[in-house]
Design a protein around this ligand. Structure first.
Ligand SMILES: Cc1ncc(COP(=O)(O)O)c(C=O)c1O
Length: 393
């Protein structure tokens, strides 16, 4: 037996391990201290009532012979796929139900989808980036093309003539920077991908935080995307499903490379490698798209959005550069006084009891920056913002 030696090539991610170590050491020395946690991008508000009701109904359905469900279609239950289809229609995007695949979450899907692509392809990752993009490809032995971004381009890198990439990851709104591509910028990437036979993997995990009506939520709002893009979506941040697990993926039926149809390949993949997502969870997820569901999830999203407003006001008062926050649950700030991101982490922890995430953990070009997550408690966020101003003014 030969193990997958590509695992040897993974660069150990010390990011959250180091944060945990530092936080644990601080708590040991200061057992009574309250910490203001703005590090991890996990939601804190419970599921919407309408989702809870649907989950209960799903459980009850499974208790009676007449409503019991065994295996569902591997690609997802029609009732959920139709709900997703309706959601896209409201945005002006027409999808065939066969282009929608229910998944157990974006993270699983971002990794599984790679099975569609030869290992000789290269994968372009715009950095700073969600670390899974690089790691999932390294595990399979693909070449990674790191495309750094900076404050100068608003952390939104654009394609250039000399760029060569087969798979292209786009995360918009971006984790960790909160930057969002506008339609024109996305069109440039779509045109690049169509011209170079590349495929874009569009991670829309944070689309629900887009407030600006001009910004695209889906890459399928861009002409030409159907022939070059796969969109990966999640209920995690949209509807608080991080611990419940559900998402969906869109692959147009006209996405083909070398005469192979990627939609048909994905149907084949799912029907072979998966037996689908639980009926109960899909019932809960479908409730998200009802009018009450949309209203209730919006209330939670607004809580996180208000957190962002509070932190942005503090950073404005301090005159510090940042991006994100307006259309994203993340705020990406330049560390003050040219501090490196771990020094700033230590300062915030030790002097203000605030925990954030050092930018260096998202790629080399993240050094000198710092990420705050807006998924915390509103009162804690207000106090953290007050402490930030007091510490740095
Ligand atoms: C950019 C991005 N994509 C995907 C995911 C994973 O989402 P899911 O919970 O659906 O697996 C995350 C989670 O934080 C994320 O930040």
């Amino acid at each position: 037996m030969i193990p997958n030696h590509h695992y040897d090539e993974l660069v150990s991610s010390y990011l959250f391990y180091n944060i945990d170590q530092k936080v644990s050491a601080y708590v040991k020395d200061h057992p009574d201290a309250k910490l203001y946690k703005m590090g991890i991008g996990d939601v804190t508000l419970p599921l919407a009532d309408v989702v809870i009701k649907a989950l209960h109904e799903g459980v009850d359905d499974q208790s009676k012979k007449a409503t019991f469900h065994g295996y569902l279609p591997e690609v997802g239950a029609d009732f959920l796929r139709e709900a997703v289809q309706g959601h896209y229609k409201e945005r002006g995007v027409d999808l065939d139900i066969g282009e929608i695949f229910v998944s157990s979450g974006a993270s699983d899907e971002l990794s599984h989808i790679l099975n569609l692509f030869d290992k000789k392809n290269s994968a372009l990752v715009m950095e700073p980036a969600y670390p899974a993009y690089v790691d999932a490809n390294v595990m399979e032995g693909r070449e990674i093309i790191h495309l750094p971004s900076s404050r100068d381009n608003g952390f939104l890198p654009m394609p250039t003539d000399d760029l060569k990439a087969d798979l292209i990851y786009i995360c918009s709104p971006n984790n960790p920077t909160g930057a969002v591509f506008n339609k024109e910028q996305l069109k440039a990437w779509v045109d690049y991908a169509n011209a170079h036979n590349s495929v874009i993997i569009f991670d829309a995990a944070y689309e629900c935080f887009i407030a600006d009506p001009e910004l695209p939520h889906s890459i399928f709002e861009i002409p030409g995307a159907r022939t070059c893009a796969i969109e990966i979506c999640s209920f995690s941040k949209t509807a608080g499903f991080t611990g419940t697990r559900c998402g969906y993926t869109v692959i147009g039926k006209d996405l083909e490379r070398e005469g192979m149809n990627l939609n048909a390949m994905w149907v084949r993949n799912r029907t072979t490698r998966s037996n689908g997502v639980s009926y109960i969870i899909q019932k809960g997820a479908a409730a998200v798209f009802t009018p009450e569901g949309q209203e209730q999830i919006q209330k939670n999203i607004d809580v996180y959005r208000n957190n962002a407003k509070v932190v942005m006001a503090a950073l404005d008062e301090l005159g510090l550069w940042y991006c994100g926050g307006k259309n994203s649950p993340y705020i990406w700030m330049a560390c003050p006084d040219g501090m490196d991101s771990w020094t700033f982490f230590d300062k915030l922890l030790n002097e203000a009891q605030i925990v954030g995430t050092p930018g260096e953990g998202f790629g080399d070009c993240g050094e000198g920056y710092f990420r705050f997550s807006m998924f915390g408690d509103p009162d804690d966020t207000k106090e953290a913002a007050r402490r930030l101003v007091e510490l740095l003014k």
